[in-house]
Write a protein that binds this ligand. Structure first.
Ligand code: GLC
Length: 662
């Protein structure tokens, strides 16, 4: 049962697809206070767990910290980070009373989950214009399902996008891309896509191609496709200001950019230097930008990643002017070294500054709206416009699309990756914790930069991260500029990487089938153990294991030099051990605690009681997988309901179900 409570005049975000009547009765569970905006307070019971908030820092259980839902370009994903790239305002309280709550609010909203006062959950925002949805049901899973029905069906990527993908900022030339493909094929490591980061463009100008370094892009796309490898270019939100650049000029002429208070296009510095931000909240402007992807789809491109769309601002023209003013105030002709800290502070304050977000305006149906009043909509609307245009450009086939910034609602048209993490062991665990929370909000096609984006990755870190990554729908290894090469073949004994990635391909019949099931039936692909074992305190407390689909449980290793790990089985299960060389070893294990040894070149996962899963033979790309000859592994007498389709069609009525018996 879902009920809607409206306060003031909320901005229409489009997050919800059901038109519910507004309740006349006061909201249950929460004490509402209308001072300085609006706040909602709930007294938590000791045993309550608070799940949710999608892509946020900290635990599966969000208690004990304070989070700001405000799309932020923050590359430091620390324990103390309060905002990341997405804004996913759904929480689920499980305990004394179990219910879900979605706060549909387009800009910053704070969730203080027992941080200021240990027993108090307080949600507050500056303006009392908000829709709140309360979702009740018999179990967390039922509540999530109702929420998902409220917000609409999840995006389904083409099947090839569930293959292993390699990225780097940047592969600078077509030959560098060829080299990556060649090395993967040489080592017989499966690979489905190579990503093109900003350097494929001419001076970081969207929809251009650097003619010197990627002059043969059409041919490269063809060559790679023959190898079963797709190229996936990046598109950034900002359009470079440059006379003669047709897209810049067209947008200017048509008035499609966000403006400042005087109505002049706002100037923000991002990778290309000064840019204008297309006004994605203006439908016409959004569609105009979206249709520009044609420059690449015409060449045979079948996937994109949208970036810098919080939007990230390194500096602005106004900010730089303010900087020089402050600088002369501080120094006043004094060049003393003592000024260092003050200067450093004003330089740092240029990036993603509130002053800038407060100076940008959008044209929403002819009305000027301040950006900071709808900040969390920007990346969502960019990606929605992209998806709408891609439907026109490629009507029959699904296009891979994922974004960095997001809001609930965007899950209907794209996936997300979790942004600029680091090659840190703690970020393997952070990813694991974010996955179920993202699924709650409908984001099923998700994954982190495997191996870590920033810093140098060690061989063991990449191998262990793959141990989790082989289960995430989006499985992409990506690394930043100036970091150590992170492609699997760069490390010793690449056959260990091959073996683990081969396992991913063997699992694709299962993973893809579960993905389709979750998208069609509004289910979660990754579930916290406590969602199914509400009365089992060990399961409820478990922060480092997940159910994957209906049949599997995973317990990845995320600490360096570990010889294995403790695993908690909430029921009897069958462990499946991938040995070097590809052999699978099975063992039935009893409910309870176990220490499971897991050498670096092995992966262990668990099949749930009485279940089985389908496997196929590995192949070098998803296009060459033989999905018709499947083997079932797991418990004898079990059956599996397989969902399949042609892997690309936009017509979801083509999805077929088949029961397989072991
Ligand atoms: C941003 C993205 C990252 C990308 C880089 C250069 O930091 O998050 O993935 O590689 O920009 O485009």
């Amino acid at each position: 049962m879902t009920k809607k409570y409206t306060y003031g005049s909320p901005f229409f975000t489009g997050a919800v697809v059901k038109d519910l009547a507004i309740e006349a009765t006061p909201i249950p569970y929460f004490k509402v206070c209308l001072e300085d905006g609006i706040s909602f307070e709930y007294k938590m019971n000791d045993r309550d767990i608070v799940y949710g908030l999608g892509e946020a820092s900290r635990g599966i259980n969000k208690r004990g910290y304070v989070y700001d839902s405000y799309c932020s370009d923050d590359f430091c994903h620390l324990e103390t980070t309060r905002s990341l790239y997405g804004a996913h305002n759904f929480i689920l309280i499980e305990g004394e009373q179990t219910f879900g709550a979605f706060f549909d609010y387009p800009t910053k909203i704070t969730f203080d989950i027992g941080f200021t006062k240990a027993d108090t959950l307080k949600i507050f925002c500056n303006k009392a214009d908000i829709d709140v949805y309360i979702i009740e049901g018999d179990s967390p899973l039922e509540i999530v399902k109702s929420f998902r029905q409220l917000i609409g069906k999840s995006y389904i990527p083409p099947r090839w996008a569930m293959g292993y993908m390699q990225s780097r900022w940047s592969y600078y030339t077509s030959d560098a891309v060829r080299e990556v493909a060649k090395n993967y094929r040489k080592e017989n490591i499966p690979l489905d896509a190579i990503f093109l980061d900003i350097d494929y463009m001419e001076d970081y100008k969207d929809f251009t191609i650097n003619s010197e370094r990627f002059g043969d892009l059409p041919q490269l796309i063809e060559e790679m496709k023959e190898e079963g490898i797709r190229l996936v270019p990046i598109i950034d939100a900002g359009v470079k200001i440059e006379d003669g650049y047709d897209i810049y000029e067209e947008g200017l002429e048509k008035g499609y950019y966000c403006v400042d208070k005087d109505g002049k296009p706002f100037k923000a510095g991002v990778w290309p230097g000064l840019t204008h931000f297309p006004d994605f909240l203006n439908e016409e402007a959004g569609l105009w930008f979206g249709l520009k992807y044609k420059a690449l789809t015409d060449l045979g491109i079948e996937g994109f990643w949208n970036d810098m769309n919080e939007p990230a601002i390194f500096y602005s023209e106004n900010g730089i002017n303010r900087f020089y003013e402050k600088l002369s105030e501080i120094t006043n002709g004094d060049k003393s070294v003592d000024n260092y800290n003050k200067i450093k502070d004003i330089v740092n304050s240029l990036q993603n500054s509130q002053e800038d977000y407060n100076s940008i305006y959008h044209n929403v149906n002819g009305k000027l709206i301040k950006h900071n009043d709808i900040h969390n909509m920007y990346g969502y609307k960019m990606t929605e416009c992209t998806a709408k245009a891609l439907k026109k450009l490629r009507p029959d086939e699904r296009t891979l699309l994922f974004s960095r910034a997001s809001y609930v609602g965007m899950h209907r048209c794209a996936g997300i990756w979790t942004g600029d993490n680091f090659s840190w062991w703690s970020h393997i665990l952070l990813e694991l914790k974010q996955l179920p929370a993202l699924n709650m909000c409908g984001f099923l096609y998700v994954g982190a930069d495997l191996g870590g984006f920033g810093n140098n990755a060690s061989r063991d870190l990449v191998l262990r991260w793959l141990g989790l990554g082989i289960f995430t729908p989006l499985m992409r290894n990506h690394a930043a500029l100036c970091t150590r090469d992170q492609e699997c073949y760069q490390f010793e004994n690449p056959e260990d990487f091959k073996n683990i990635i081969d396992l991913r391909y063997r699992l694709i019949p299962y993973l893809y089938s579960e993905f389709l099931k979750c998208a069609v039936e509004d289910k979660m692909f990754f579930k916290p153990l406590g969602f199914e074992y509400k009365d089992d305190e060990m399961a409820r407390n478990c922060e480092d294991q997940l159910f994957v689909g209906e049949e599997l449980m995973i317990a990845p290793v995320y600490t360096q030099n570990a010889i294995g790990r403790y695993v908690y089985l909430p029921e009897d299960m069958m462990s499946v051990r991938l040995k070097a060389g590809g052999e699978l070893e099975f063992a039935e294990m009893a409910k309870g605690h176990h220490f499971v040894e897991i050498p670096l070149n092995e992966v262990v996962f668990f099949i749930r009681s009485g279940k089985c899963i389908p496997l196929c033979e590995p192949a070098l790309s998803t296009d060459s997988l033989d999905m018709d000859n499947l083997t079932l592994i797991g418990f004898d007498g079990a059956s599996y309901e397989l969902y399949t389709d042609d892997g690309m069609s936009t017509d979801l009525s083509k999805i077929q179900k088949k029961t397989l018996e072991k």
